[in-house]
Design a binder for this molecule. Structure first.
Ligand code: GLN
Length: 282
């Protein structure tokens, strides 16, 4: 049954209508986000204005977004942005949507980056929106961060995000993995590479159906990109430098073995807020 969008409506009416399409508590929160996005308002607005009459064009625009969300499109692609760390990032279908669990990678990297003003060189390979590179650049203004991505349209989003957040100590290079790093060596290399098995049913569910496949899947066992990164790391780190990689919760042991086989020391895996293996480093 499709319930018609109320013609003249306030926010409360529109959200009640959206509840028919997005009935879960999460869906209701998403509907509020979409409405605030359409109206260009901050969350607090809803507390004092939810009975104000709204213009018809905004109501219709909101109605379209709710229907698209109910059909599966990710909220971040509908609003065009997502918060990550302290940043507000533009997000397009050319980029993976930054995930909260990737903030663990930022935390673990920061724990290994001295904050005493000494110059640092950091590389983020496969940067997507630029989330990791920009968070590290913001936290370590004395560092020079190089962010790479294989795809031009993706890198353009990352470049825009540096401007959007006023971050100047990042440079961008297009290219695949170490090829984009050239002969330079880094104090810390970080990546959230694709790591899902090509035949994983997860790829057919939820937001990932709309995300760029090269950012997600990586060969039969999901480890193609991580194998390549581990194998080449010694040519690109300074002595005592660190490599940190995000991976799937079931891949900790294999990734630790790959890092150890590459000659890295102090290899360990860190668990995310759900207690699952998420980041390995050495
Ligand atoms: N964490 C993402 C997911 O499982 C995958 C991200 C990635 O492959 N780098 O949806």
């Amino acid at each position: 049954m499709s319930v018609p969008l109320p013609a003249t409506a306030c926010a409360a009416d529109l959200l009640a209508w959206a509840g028919h399409h997005l009935p879960t508590p999460e869906g209701r929160a998403e509907a509020r986000l979409l409405l605030l996005h359409v109206l260009g308002q901050a969350p607090a607005w809803l507390y004092s204005h939810d009975r104000d009459p709204l213009d018809e064009a905004s109501a219709r625009r909101f109605g379209e977004l709710v229907v698209r969300r109910a059909a599966g499109e990710p909220v971040a692609y509908l609003t065009g942005s997502r918060g990550f760390w302290t940043l507000d990032l533009a997000v397009t279908p050319a980029t993976l949507i930054p995930r909260p669990e990737t903030e663990l990678l930022v935390e673990q990297a920061l724990a290994r980056l001295p904050d005493d003003g000494r110059p640092l060189r950091i590389a983020d390979m496969g940067t997507g929106t630029g989330a990791i590179a920009l968070a590290l650049a913001a936290e370590r203004p004395q560092a020079m961060v190089l962010a790479t991505d294989l795809l031009g349209p993706t890198l353009a989003v990352a470049v825009g995000n540096a401007q959007r957040n006023g971050i100047a100590n990042v440079s961008f290079r297009r290219g695949s993995w170490y090829r984009a790093l050239g002969r330079d060596r880094f104090d810390l290399i970080v990546s959230n590479p694709p790591y899902i098995r090509a035949d994983d049913a997860h790829l057919g569910q939820g937001d990932v159906r709309f995300e760029p496949p090269p950012a997600l899947a990586s060969g039969e066992d999901g480890l193609d990109a991580i194998r390549l990164i581990a194998a080449g790391v010694n040519d690109h780190l300074v002595p005592g430098g660190w490599l940190l990689l995000e991976h799937g919760w079931h891949q900790g042991q294999e990734v630790r073995e790959l890092l150890a086989a590459a000659g890295l020391e102090a290899v360990q895996t860190v668990v995310d807020l759900e207690g699952r293996d998420r980041v390995s480093l050495g």
